[in-house]
Design a binder for this molecule. Structure first.
Ligand SMILES: [Zn+2]
Length: 395
């Protein structure tokens, strides 16, 4: 999946990080304070004390805990703030990048559908250093079932653009749709294998259409995320061989055996549990089955990718998602794994996911200095570093 990381090759930061208590990987003990020497965007040395070097900026984190940079595997760059390239627009975009992503510790994000022209412009602004922000991989627009536009995007997308959204009716149409996404710069593919066409009706994608789309995406080396919604949409996704579910199915009835099957097949799940509470309903009848779905998936050995659906969901705080994951029985190490090691492995990014010499210096500095952080400590970030460059720091 080498296409995946192209957006992270840009910056060659040099940095000396002082007094970092390093949480190398989930399950590892947190170290005594160490100095971390970053050269050309990579971790060159981790020692109890390092000499300063002329011209190299220093960041003293005063004994705070440092983990590998976090990933958010489900965001949307759809808000009006991302439009425009004027100085004024850029100032607003910097504030939004900081508040939505960098201040939450994300050095990499996966945009699971947004208007491609504004997103490619934003990525360009970040990669050329006009904006400071995480590496962004985008799905471009999502691929829908025939006549399957989700009801909730009808308000955001004008009718004259809606007809342009890919809604292939045949396998060959699906292959063309994926190829067009790839040409447009997509680094992942998003399929709506089950689309809420009204608040209480899900339209599934045809099996042959889904299968053709997945085969074509894999031919291009791209991972496929499916929005499944219910049992039928989840069956289509599993049968088509998608790589990840973009949410737990929120019409949960009958989905637990399917999620256990998905776990055995190595299909990942991005839970987005807090999004359901924040945008749909908060009663236990609705939420408990979602927590149980994640619990069953993990119990069957399922691997989790962290993601919040921020951008669609307006709440930018990550605390709610960490709490919901704990509620489903995940430990703080499990949550850290979903933020770091799992996404790095999923995207075949061998130089990320842990804090080790030779790895890329994508790092998240937590605002805590304890030996045993709780899940909620992952929501309090002090600084975010991408390829050795401090992209955000609490002031
Ligand atoms: Zn979403």
């Amino acid at each position: 999946m080498s296409t995946m990381r192209s957006s992270n090759d840009h910056s060659v930061g040099n940095l000396l990080i002082r007094n970092a208590r390093i949480w190398t990987r989930p399950g590892a003990p947190i170290s005594q304070p160490r100095d971390v020497w970053v050269r050309n965007g990579r971790i060159e040395a981790i020692e109890s004390s390092l000499d300063p070097s002329e011209g190299v900026p220093e960041l003293d984190v005063n004994g705070r805990v440092v983990t590998a940079g976090f990933w958010n595997c489900h965001v949307h760059l759809t808000e009006p703030v991302w439009r425009g390239t004027s100085i004024e627009a850029r100032r607003r975009q910097q504030d939004a990048l900081d508040d939505m992503l960098s201040s939450r510790g994300f050095s990499s994000v996966v945009d699971l559908a947004s208007p491609p022209h504004t997103t490619s412009s934003l990525i360009h602004q970040i990669e050329t250093g006009r904006l400071r922000g995480p590496g962004v991989v985008t799905a471009g627009v999502g691929i829908l079932p025939q006549r399957g536009t989700p009801f909730y995007i009808k308000a955001d997308v004008p009718w004259f653009l809606r007809w342009k959204l890919p809604k292939p009716a045949t396998a060959s149409g699906a292959r063309r749709a994926v190829a067009a996404q790839v040409r447009g710069g997509a680094g992942v593919v998003k399929l709506f294998t089950g689309s809420y066409v009204t608040p209480d009706r899900v339209k599934p994608m045809r099996h042959d259409v889904a299968r053709a789309a997945v085969t074509e995406a894999h031919r291009h080396g791209l991972r496929v995320f499916a929005h499944t919604s219910d049992k039928a949409g989840t069956e289509v996704a599993i049968e088509a061989g998608v790589d990840a579910l973009a949410h737990v199915p929120d019409s949960a009835e009958g989905t637990v055996p399917l999620l256990e099957d998905a776990a055995r097949r190595g299909i990942r799940v991005v839970p987005t549990l807090h999004m359901f509470a924040a945008t749909v309903r908060t009663d236990d009848d609705y939420l408990q089955p979602l927590y149980e779905s994640l619990r069953s998936f993990v119990g069957a050995g399922g691997r989790v990718l962290f993601g919040t659906d921020v951008g669609y969901m307006r709440d930018r705080d990550t605390r709610g998602e960490f709490q919901a994951m704990e509620h489903s029985g995940l430990s703080v190490d499990d949550i850290l794994r979903s933020l770091t090691v799992e996404p790095a492995e999923f995207f075949g990014d061998e130089t990320a996911g842990t804090v080790e010499v030779t790895n890329r210096a994508d790092l998240t500095v937590l605002d805590c200095s304890t030996n045993s952080p709780a899940g909620s400590d992952l929501a309090d970030v002090h600084a975010t570093i991408r390829s050795g460059e401090v992209i955000w720091q609490r002031t």
